[in-house]
Design a protein around this ligand. Structure first.
Ligand code: ADP
Length: 657
């Protein structure tokens, strides 16, 4: 990768810089020491006090007195006197070096003058002392001026280098902050994802295939006057393969691919986001033809002017404006195509979605049964599986799963098989992996008393039996009472029908089935437990939605208050309607609870059989249940062909409690 290479180069430079700078510091310190030593050497002469000086003067030994820099006195002894015993220990060759024999600190010049006057008055004329004043520049005193300046310059250069020294150093960001953070995949770091790796999503693939074709063969389209969309927006829930699809486009088109996340534009400094957008598009234009992929574009593309608080929002708006400007500014003939992904198309700014910008929107939904089977096939290719592993069965067992979850199940299964020292991954590993993905990690040592376990078994059996004998409820896939994850004591998993719309009967049966757990507890033990909290939560939501949103209640009527209620106070309906909704919800919920109880009283025998089986084996799957209580008395939901189905992403179908 280019970036990496640059980084490496920079970091090498950095090492070189550091090395040099420490050498410079070292040299400066050595020089200081050197001049200090030499400097003191040049000064020469033995240091004496005033008393000694006075006695020298009185004896007439002094030849010359120099006052240097108004602070130090240099005393030169008469040559004729040097031979005497008194001066035996002072430097004999001082004269040849023009150095003083003695030095002393004068204090102030005035003080010295007064003292000298006094001495002179007592001396003979020829011995009187009149000092010569001199100014000397010593190396040490010069250095005291030079060194701070040199140090300041050195530090300044050092800081500047670190700041502008490219990525890596902490200061680097200050100068690179406006640069785009996009990762580039090009010739050296090829994207090796192709459409083969993307299972299902046939329509989406077809749409983006055109983009690939254009990038490879632009003349074909432009010669007819057609314009290729500038932007392609992939919309869908997380983990459904949006990033994968964008990568596959780059892999197939064999062009450079810039990938960046919407949040990478946002920084606490004003103007940075816009500058990053500009930089990204500049880089892209240099590399054209290429693809820019912005993941989670809702981070910058949110509708402007809404919930505007202050500061931060303006910065995001500026970033978005810059993005809009750039999108208008570049023409797709240049071969730069912008792809973006989001799971919140509803919050995006309309300006972003208008034709000419993201004019092509591709919806990517959770995969249906066929889609899941294909995704399993893609991922099973990469692991060694035994013959009993069947993508179709796995797809049936994973209603509501997105591609990412399927990939996760496959990976978990492979890891579990490896942990168990198996040569191949078998169905048992997949079952275990599924449980882990749905319910969390098995808590082997979670202590549950036998009586508690019995309650859990009857609760789960209650759900399962209700689902089994209610025509419009989803049939059971699996029920388990192995404690998992945080607070999960067991769960029942159902196979939902893959449909666009849900009927009132289906919702009511689903509500009744969700009550199955509490109803079973109340029938068998005569009391209820806290275990049904999650069920009640779902039921309440379902009931309110049916009445106030879907218009499924005769007394409230065909009215939907969806999205109208702004807060607790500003309700879009009167107090009477509010009371009516509440009472209808209560009525509906109570009715379904009674219905579940009646059903389970009727099927008590089956309930007991399943609960006992659960207590024994902990896990019961559909085929076991058929063996235990006979087949479900309703026709199996027929499997729809690929072109007839879509997916209802109703998570509540996989109820975990
Ligand atoms: P998104 O961007 O929609 O959140 P990703 O594209 O990052 O999801 O998908 C995450 C992972 O899920 C992918 O790396 C891939 O392993 C798997 N995956 C998702 N959808 C598919 C698919 N249609 N075919 C194959 N694998 C898929």
């Amino acid at each position: 990768m280019d970036n990496n290479k640059n980084n490496k180069k920079n970091s090498n430079n950095k090492k070189g810089n550091k090395f040099n700078i420490y050498w410079i510091y070292g040299i400066i310190i050595l020089l200081l020491l050197f001049f200090n030593i030499i400097g003191s050497g040049f000064g020469g002469g033995q240091e004496i006090d005033y008393k000694k000086f006075k006695s020298l003067a009185e004896n007439g030994d002094i030849n010359r007195l120099e006052i240097v820099n108004k602070s130090e006195a240099k005393v030169f002894i008469k040559k004729s006197r040097l031979d005497s015993e008194e001066f035996k220990d002072i430097s004999q060759d001082a004269f040849s070096l023009n150095q003083p024999h003695y030095t002393f600190n004068i204090g102030t010049v005035d003080a010295l003058e007064t003292r000298l006057e006094k001495i002179n008055s007592e001396l003979a004329e020829e011995n009187q002392l009149y000092p010569v004043y001199k100014t000397e520049y010593s190396w040490t005193s010069a250095l005291t001026y030079i060194i701070p300046i040199v140090l300041i310059i050195a530090i300044w250069i050092f800081i500047m280098r670190r700041m502008s020294g490219g990525a890596g150093g902490p200061g680097a960001q200050i100068f690179n902050i406006g640069k785009s953070k996009a990762t580039l995949f090009d010739k050296d770091t090829k994207v090796n994802v192709t459409f083969q790796d993307v299972a299902g999503l046939d329509e989406a693939k077809e749409e983006v295939m055109e983009v690939v074709d254009f990038l490879k063969n632009p003349k074909k389209y432009t010669s007819l006057g057609g314009k290729i969309p500038k932007g392609v927006l992939l919309v869908g829930p997380p983990g459904t393969g949006k990033t994968l699809l964008a990568k596959a486009v780059a892999g197939e088109a064999e062009v450079p691919f810039f990938t960046i996340s919407g949040s990478d534009f946002v920084e606490m400094f004003v103007g940075v986001g816009a500058s990053r957008v500009r930089d990204l598009f500049r880089q892209a234009r240099e590399k054209a033809p290429c693809i820019i992929f912005i993941d989670e574009i809702d981070a910058i593309g949110r509708a402007r002017g809404r919930n505007s608080i202050q500061g931060g929002n303006d910065e995001r708006e500026n970033t978005l404006n810059q993005l809009l400007v750039e999108m208008d500014g570049f023409s797709s003939e240049k071969g730069v195509i912008l792809m973006a992904a989001t799971n919140r198309p509803d919050v995006l700014d309309t300006a972003l979605l208008r034709p000419g910008r993201f004019d092509r929107q591709i919806g990517i939904d959770r995969p249906d049964l066929n889609g899941r089977e294909q995704i399993f096939e893609v991922h099973l290719k990469h692991i060694k599986v035994s013959v009993d592993v069947n993508a179709e069965v796995l797809a049936e067992m994973t209603p509501g799963f997105a591609g990412a979850e399927i990939a996760n199940v496959c990976n978990e299964a492979a890891l579990i098989a490896a942990r168990r020292d198996k040569k191949k991954v078998d169905m048992e590993d997949f079952n275990y992996a599924l449980d882990k993905v749905i319910g969390g990690l098995e808590k082997k040592n979670k202590l549950i008393s036998p009586s508690e376990k019995k309650v859990i078994a009857y609760h789960e059996a209650g759900h399962a039996i209700c689902g089994w004998f209610l025509e419009h409820a989803s049939p059971l896939v699996k029920v388990t009472i192995v404690p998992r994850g945080i607070g999960t004591l067991g769960y029942a998993q159902y196979l939902p029908k893959e449909e666009y719309i849900t009927s009132t009967e289906q919702l009511l049966d689903r509500m009744c089935m969700t009550f199955g757990g509490r109803a079973a507890e109340s029938i068998i033990f005569g009391k209820v437990s806290t275990g049904a909290q999650n069920d009640l939560d779902q039921i309440t939501k379902m009931a309110y939605s049916m009445i106030a949103i879907y218009g499924m209640n005769d007394n409230v009527g065909n009215i939907s208050f969806h999205g109208l209620q702004k807060d607790q106070i500003n309700k879009p309906y009167s107090e009477e309607t509010s009371a009516l909704i509440d009472s209808e919800v209560r009525k509906m919920v109570q009715f379904q609870f009674e219905r579940a109880k009646a059903l389970l009283t009727d099927k008590r025998e089956e309930l007991e059989i399943l609960a006992k089986a659960l207590l024994e084996r902990e896990v019961v799957v559909k085929s076991d249940l058929e063996e235990l209580i006979g087949p479900r008395p309703f026709p199996e939901p027929e499997k729809l062909k690929n072109d007839e189905v879509s997916v209802t992403s109703e998570d509540e179908n996989t109820s975990v409690e």
